[in-house]
Write a protein that binds this ligand. Sequence first.
Ligand SMILES: *Cc1c(COP(=O)(O)O)cnc(C)c1O
Length: 462
Amino acid sequence: MSHSDFDLASELIARALRELAAGFSLPEGPARGVPGVERMREVLAEAAARMGDNYPYFHPLYAGQMLKPPHPVAHAAYSMAMAVNPNNHARDGGRASSAMEMEAVREIAGMFGWSEFLGHLTSGGTFANLEALWVAGRMMPGKRIGASAQAHYTHPRISAVLGLEFAEIAADARGRMDMGALEERLQQGNVGTVVVTLGTTALGAVDPLADVLELRKRYGFRVHVDAAYGGYFTLAGNLGSEARRAFDALGEADSIVIDPHKHGLQPYGCGCVLFRDPAVGRLYKHDSPYTYFTSSELHLGEISLECSRAGAAAVALWTTQRLLPLVRGGEFAAGLEAGREAALDLHRRLRQSEYAIAPLEPELDIVVWAMRGATVEESSARARAVFEYAAQRDLHLALVQMPVEMFEGEPWKEAGASRAGGMVTCVRSVLMKPEHRLWMDEIWTRLEGAMWKAAEKSGQRP
Ligand SMILES: *Cc1c(COP(=O)(O)O)cnc(C)c1O
């Protein structure tokens, strides 16, 4: 998304709104009038000015957190549909958009090889995970939810909301769920569900799903895959062999969460939850006294914990998938592949840099590295300095706390590691935009400048 993408989106929106209006032929009643257009322009200009106080998330030099600009066609479709403002709770509130949601969700499920399933969109990944774990709790009453120490921070909290005990499983030095630790936990008993993360939020690490499924045969538990971030990478043709093996096993999971508003080119809020066994639909059973009158067909509110949901989100997703089908070898997949190439490129450069410690080979499109320094404190301070100096050069990165064990062999492993709580502040870059690959020389020039300055400032250039 660039300034010209904004222009493109507004042109598309204007045209789509005219087409939408033409679809409703209703009598012109007494005019409500639109008072104060001038005042609307004024307050909008004020709002636009306020919005300038943001990092430029849409620009390739924004390479920090998980923020990916919506595709112009998603932007346009959302705005167009919002003029009708449908509610996908029930067909009464969103007839066309409910049908479009079912079609779009079927295409997402198709990526994982599912044709018979139950699923729908949600306001985001957290709510989608809540639903999956709510179902898991109903299926495995009184049993624990297990997830790795690198799983999304909301899993322990969701478990608490649901009144389910949570068991943290240790992660290995590459940020993936440790299979030895998992098996030990399973032997202690009472684990009902294991949350497997394909694409952790911090590192983009891919838990070994196929190995977890092997353990399921022996211990019998539900497998929920949190692929909120990484799910779409199943379409990428350039994954490493271990990640590929995990993604190829996705169809065997009991439930999957994937976020179209992360890698699916959608505006917030658009998450998605899928269940392999459609029969879990019976758990939702309720009869809304208000909304289910006009159709004998399924209302999405009958299989969703949320009531009102934006129909516009479904329309945006449907339209985007129409333009960019979810297929291997397609244009959408090429965008994911480009981001991963950018990450591998950045990682190669960091490995050769005298300033960085970069043992963590990216599994998706996220790069995390520590800065060289005599102690953990010094390394952390330098990471913070790199973040600042890069921002001064218009390159926007992120920071993340990582266990020092991930940087084994560093002289500071012992020195000060426990003082810092066993964690070191690292620099993190999420290279979600396809343009990042072509911008890598530019990104690197700015990053190297920032790393040089951080080392110079502390008077300890290596
Ligand atoms: C982002 C993310 C979530 C939370 O999703 P939201 O859409 O932000 O609510 C959950 N799990 C993982 C792995 C994520 O990356």
